[in-house]
Write a protein that binds this ligand. Sequence first.
Ligand code: PEP
Length: 254
Amino acid sequence: MRKKIVAGNWKMNLDYNEGLALFSEVVNMVKDEATGTQEVVVCSPFIHLHSLVQLAKGSAKVSVGAQNAHQAESGAYTGEISAKQVKSVGAAYVILGHSERRQYFGEDNALLAKKTDVVLANDLKPIFCIGETLQEREANVHFDIIKSQLLEGVGHLDAAAFSKLVIAYEPVWAIGTGVTASSDQAQEIHAFIRKEIAAKYDQSVADATTILYGGSCNPKNAAELFACADIDGGLIGGASLKSRDFTDIVKAFN
Ligand code: PEP
């Protein structure tokens, strides 16, 4: 019904040659794997994108994505990269709203709404990240936070545009910490997100939306997380930097 995706987020890691070597291994390793994962996406730094797209040719399963794009179509924004430029090298996805962008670069819901529009206008698919901090969870406002990130970030889209998104639930307290949300905690939030999508659009849109879990997902915990009814795959940070670990996560879907 909805696509099962495992996406890697390399963040600001790997030089050009290291990235190509890792990606080649991943393409080779996932090629023959029998898995429920229908699409493997690698979101690399911008410098790798063009070469990774070339390496991915011939692999039906592997796609390439960026980790950010500017909200303007083009212009005098020294050092920035536009969605159109990302599209022009053949990438398919752009991560938006990652908590590191929200935290270190001040990206808020209003800015992310603009970025989402530009990314979609350039025929790229956003992987739109939402998730609460530990303080927010402890204050029991995590449902409110997730709802506002969802509705203020992408709730302005019509159903057809929303259907192009992948949503990633990434509790900030689980990112890069080695602390994973339990499968019960993750499933609870994924079900909540799907319910909110159904309330905003309708049940068929909600049922068709791929919702990934991200936050210290690894080969040991992936199968249990992916077995949850509303978890449709993972957004993988640290473990995407090791071809064996990443491939094992790809294989964790049955
Ligand atoms: C991420 O940054 O998107 C992420 C999930 O990181 P990690 O897997 O390292 O927690």
